[in-house]
Write a protein that binds this ligand. Structure first.
Ligand code: NAI
Length: 254
């Protein structure tokens, strides 16, 4: 985080879940660079605090709060604390997620299914509910949910992940319909395979197959997802809600 932004989030208070690593970390850094006061959350406290330390060292404004997205009471308490300390919540990015076990549908256990659904679907719902309550009563706000290309299409051995990410898109649309009149915009972002720790878990031969399915012939960078999340969070996107935007190197077009 070296270059100064264009102050697209000047004077805004912004929350990021799963901000300790990967895409969430890149989004927190980008929000801070654009002038936001960023509340970085994660259930990995060391990782989240490291993000805050790096943002602060680079001249940004950030603080850390523990948040396990699977725990609805933690969401509610955090939003109440943010409103008390900062006056309002302007922007929220529901990013935290897990890949889960890659197994064929018939082999997926109840525990494997529930782990992914609890984090990637219920975790986003608990967030949206608390955020919409606070934003709608304060006159508006912007929510960005990190879905996936697998929020639009299927992929082998990912039934729980695909179901959760499709669910996030549906939740985004419903929340946008319910709270648009109160000034709350809710949008979803659909990344393809992004160069976070996840890519390392994909076997090299599958990585080659996947690259061939991307017109841009490369995997994405976390910063490229952050650029879209920033734009949707900012007033530049003031007439956009209930939308799903891929950031996928052309995967869904191919
Ligand atoms: P990552 O594993 O690099 O970072 C995820 C962060 O979320 C970590 O800091 C982790 O501690 C945190 N986290 C996980 N479970 C949590 C929980 N229950 N409560 C609070 N924090 C929790 O993952 P990455 O790649 O940055 O993924 C972020 C989001 O982007 C996820 O929703 C993922 O589904 C989505 N995504 C990622 C893609 C990729 O290729 N990396 C592709 C498409 C979507």
């Amino acid at each position: 985080m070296t270059t100064r932004g264009k102050d697209l989030l000047k004077d805004k208070t912004a929350l990021v879940t799963g901000g300790g690593a990967g895409i969430g970390r890149a989004i927190a850094e980008r929000y801070a660079r654009e002038g936001a006061t960023v509340i970085v959350t994660d259930f990995n406290d060391d990782a989240g605090q490291q993000t805050v330390a790096d943002i602060t060292r680079a001249g940004g404004n950030a603080s850390y709060e523990h948040l396990n997205v699977c725990n609805s009471a933690e969401h509610d308490a955090l939003i109440a604390k943010i409103v008390m300390q900062h006056g309002r919540l302007d922007v929220a990015c529901n990013n935290a997620g897990i890949s889960g076990a890659m197994v064929p549908l018939v082999e997926m256990t109840d525990a494997q299914w529930l782990e992914v659904i609890n984090t990637n679907l219920s975790g986003v719902f608990f967030g949206i509910r608390a955020q919409c309550r606070a934003m709608s009563s304060a006159g508006g706000g912007a929510i960005v949910n990190i879905s996936s290309i697998l929020g639009q299409v299927g992929f082998p051995a990912t039934v729980a992940y695909t179901a959760a990410k499709h669910g996030v898109v549906g939740m985004t649309q419903t929340a946008a319909i319910e709270y648009g009149a109160q000034g709350v915009r809710v949008n979803a972002v659909g990344p393809t395979f992004i160069k976070t720790s996840w890519i390392n878990n994909i076997p090299p031969d599958l990585q080659s197959d996947l690259l061939a399915r991307h017109p841009l012939a490369r995997f994405g960078e976390a910063e490229e997802v952050a650029a879209l999340a920033l734009w949707l969070s900012s007033d530049e996107a003031s007439y956009i809600t209930g939308a799903y935007y891929p950031v996928d190197g052309g995967y869904l077009a191919a």
